[in-house]
Design a protein around this ligand. Structure first.
Ligand SMILES: C[S@@+](CC[C@H](N)C(=O)[O-])C[C@H]1O[C@@H](n2cnc3c(N)ncnc32)[C@H](O)[C@@H]1O
Length: 190
């Protein structure tokens, strides 16, 4: 990311001030889908409201963002999270190799990261994504095309897939015992 872009994010986070712990939008009213504990990753975590909420639910959380201002705000909110400063243009940082029982990425879209997000998801793990979408909205470089999330994560089991009003949401799970990149199992004889 260009320095000017990072500085723009820093300014936005500085103006926004401290956040409040909150579940990912996609899990509101669906908190029962969350695994009972383990490791969680929040990708492009911003001021860390979701990461803090996950820590409050007992997860050991790694949270990544390019903005030191955002991470400082997150650290003030929840010191138990491991706040990782990294530019996701270079992929997921080595410090976030997983496996994770929950991977959240909310309001940040980079299709180049999709394989890495799937790869760090543990067997039985839950992926929770919300991105801007072209569905019911304008086309744009930061918006998912129709069906993008479902296609990118077709190896996972879809739990929720919604597109509309300019937003796309995917909640998907990796079956227990299914390692990332495993070929599909034999057909069910029944
Ligand atoms: C719209 S905010 C979403 C923040 C948070 N996920 C939420 O839902 O509140 C997008 C975040 O992505 C971060 N970001 C943008 N480009 C990034 C990059 N290349 N690497 C890491 N973080 C990036 C920004 O600093 C910002 O915190």
């Amino acid at each position: 990311m260009a320095v000017a872009d990072r500085e723009r994010w820093d300014s936005r986070h500085a103006v926004a001030g401290a956040g409040v712990a909150a579940p990912p939008d996609a899990l509101r009213g669906r908190e029962d889908l969350l695994p009972t504990g383990g490791r969680a990753l929040d990708v492009a975590c911003g001021r860390g409201t979701v990461a803090a909420w996950l820590a409050g639910r007992g997860f050991t959380v790694d949270a990544v963002d390019v903005s030191p201002v955002a991470l400082a705000s997150g650290a003030a909110l929840e010191p138990r999270v491991r706040w990782v400063l990294a530019d996701l243009d270079a992929g997921l940082p080595a410090a976030c190799a997983g496996p994770y029982d929950v991977v959240v990425c909310q309001r940040f879209r980079d299709p180049r990261l999709y394989p890495a997000l799937a790869a760090v998801l543990a067997p039985g793990g839950l992926l929770v994504l919300t991105v801007l979408s072209e569905v019911d909205d304008e086309p744009g470089a930061f918006r998912a095309v129709p069906g993008e999330l479902a296609a990118a994560f077709s190896d996972l089991e879809t739990v929720v897939h919604d597109e509309g009003n300019g937003t796309a949401t995917l909640i998907a799970s990796r079956g227990p015992g299914v390692a990332p990149g495993s070929p599909p199992g034999p057909p069910d004889p029944s």
